[in-house]
Design a protein around this ligand. Sequence first.
Ligand SMILES: Nc1ncnc2c1ncn2[C@@H]1O[C@H](COP(=O)(O)OP(=O)(O)OP(=O)(O)O)[C@@H](O)[C@H]1O
Ligand SMILES: [Mg+2]
Length: 333
Amino acid sequence: MGKIIEIKNVTKEFKVLNRREGLKGSLKDLFSRDYKIVRAVDNVTMSIEQGEIVGYLGPNGAGKSTTIKMMTGVLEPTSGEILVDGNIPYKNRAKNAENIGVVFGQRSQLWWALPLIESFKLLRDIYQIPQENYEQMLELYKSLVDIEPILHKPVRQMSLGQRTLSDILAAFLHDPKIVFLDEPTIGLDVSMKAKIRTLIHELNRRRNTTVILTTHDMGDVDALCRRIVIIDKGKMLYNNDIEHLKGFFGSYRTLKIRLDGDLEQWAQQLAQELPDFSVSADDEWISVLVDEEKAKVIDVLAGLQKKYRIRDMQLEEISTEEVIKKIYEEGVQ
Ligand SMILES: Nc1ncnc2c1ncn2[C@@H]1O[C@H](COP(=O)(O)OP(=O)(O)OP(=O)(O)O)[C@@H](O)[C@H]1O
Ligand SMILES: [Mg+2]
């Protein structure tokens, strides 16, 4: 397998004005030279193989979108090198555009007033997709999703889910080697998320398209990504298989218990009692993430049973979400 994307020691800095407060401040800002440098991406090195689906993860403001913008050629790196299928993206934007598709979950790339099929035809002409390939792609789409109901609908009349679906189909239409998906499932309900994940998975499998996916939804990661790259404050924290990562946290298990009453309050009390472990609550369960190198789950449970009336319990391996959260909080040693 060949490397389709190579990123070497890439840094991106933004020069931003140090803003002052109030009207007087705004007036001063007009003439100000008081800048500070924000390093959004800090010396990142990674490569991606043709056909991979890579999860590009990190907390808000980590530098994910900035990295994607450099790979798509919208931004030029401050230093370092990026090659996308052998091209330097910002120098060869037109050439790069032939190889990539992009979806930003927050806003559509499609023509707002046009029915989807008309957008498809425009894209066919822009990318000079041979008619035969275009028709094959439409056939493939029809076999994967129910597109009839949206094909003749203007994008502005679509639900968010239909629009996202349309954006993804549009991004893959010219059969690019790489598709960047920046938060594709944001704001969607559970069943739409499932549809979108299946679609991405199938398109990757059928067309061997490389997919770079940023998301805050661990369901996306579990469904799609074998490898993940994690960045925080611009710096790469992790770059490896997800399974490897879970193995690294192999000594962690989640003990879930049910108690009567306000679970939030219980969770707060338990957090004080079990300072070594992280405790959280949802509508149904209180979860205790137990590091078995510190204490056996069985012993923790026995201790709790002496004091509380536990109505139900479950034991789970550490979830992707918990793994990622721990890395955001503590890093990988
Ligand atoms: N055009 C810009 N000018 C100045 N600063 C910017 C610009 N774009 C991004 N930044 C800053 O760079 C940092 C990284 O932003 P980026 O959008 O890449 O984060 P992200 O990982 O995509 O976050 P999110 O998960 O919230 O989408 C942030 O501190 C952001 O404020
Ligand atoms: Mg972003």
